[in-house]
Design a protein. Structure first.
Length: 288
């Protein structure tokens, strides 16, 4: 657990250093007025709790190191997005979409859902979940509520917020590499699939921009071939990880880097950034 926490701190530090370029504040100040989170189990803080799904973790030993105990976070303690929120200066953890009430939404909302992906069908073999497109629909609901609170000033408010998206891992782990459940690996080569994911992701990010997102951080896919699930079911050829799966992740990340650059050029006022998470985690894999 300690090693995992150290890994999270390195990831968060890398993102925080980039975020600091957006806005300079005194120590202890809140860098952004609100923080909206989109993603999968790395971000989920309880959005799956009331869904009909096997992908729920609102029970022990999850949350064993968390002050509130099991909450629906897919880990022992704080998530990456929790720690980022603390470093951004937020005094409280951002609420999940079902639990954010009243003026709480002015600080942001967490829409992340365990097993979710860029594609709507990803992860559905375990039951209900909230895909990226559905998360964005939930964000539309939040925006309508913010409009009721702030009125015509809501667009200026939203433009200043941080939007963070960390999704795409499950489009491989819980889709492409599960041929018994999904036919994507028969429809597309690895290269074609990366392009399909990037194009669909781009449309979702454009929608977020239309809804007011200007400061948006896209976190890349991690070394999915090094996950316990991957090494348990696929041949590693004597190495620590499943090389083809990691190569697929790198391919998508290459697309995401170009995607972010392209959106910054085409979308008015967009200040999007890409954070390479793969190399950070890869160093821990090779030097645990």
């Amino acid at each position: 657990m300690v090693a995992r926490e150290m890994k999270l701190q390195w990831i968060v530090l890398a993102l925080f250093m980039v975020l600091s370029k957006w806005q300079h504040c005194a120590a202890g100040d809140q860098l952004v007025p609100c923080y909206f989170i989109f993603g999968d189990s790395l971000a989920d803080n309880g959005n799956n709790n009331n869904l009909q799904t096997l992908a729920k973790v609102d029970y022990a030993p999850y949350g064993v190191d968390f002050s509130n105990g099991p909450t629906g976070r897919f880990c022992n303690g704080r998530t990456i997005v929790d720690i980022i929120g603390e470093l951004l200066g937020f005094k409280n953890f951002i609420k999940s979409f079902p639990t954010a009430k009243g003026s709480q939404i002015l600080e942001g909302v967490n829409y992340g859902s365990g097993y979710a992906g860029i594609r709507d069908e990803t992860g559905t073999h375990v039951g209900a979940l909230v895909s990226l497109s559905k998360q964005i629909e939930h964000h539309r609901v939040t925006i309508s509520r913010i409009h009721q609170i702030l009125g015509k000033n809501d667009s200026n408010y939203l433009n200043q917020c941080l939007y963070l998206s960390m999704i795409g891992n499950n489009d491989y782990i819980s889709n492409y590499y599960l041929p018994n459940y999904y036919n994507t690996s028969r429809q597309y080569t690895v290269k074609q699939y990366a392009n399909v994911l990037a194009e669909e992701y781009a449309q979702n990010l454009k929608t977020l921009h239309d809804l007011g997102a200007r400061k948006l951080a896209v976190i890349g896919v991690s070394p999915i071939g090094c996950t316990p699930n991957a090494t348990a079911f696929y041949d590693t050829n004597g190495s620590l990880c499943v090389k083809p799966m990691n190569e697929a992740a790198i391919l998508l990340n290459d697309h995401l880097k170009l995607l972010v650059q392209d959106l910054n050029k085409k979308l008015i006022g967009a200040n999007f950034m890409y954070l390479e998470i793969y190399e950070i985690i890869w160093k821990f894999v090779n030097a645990p």
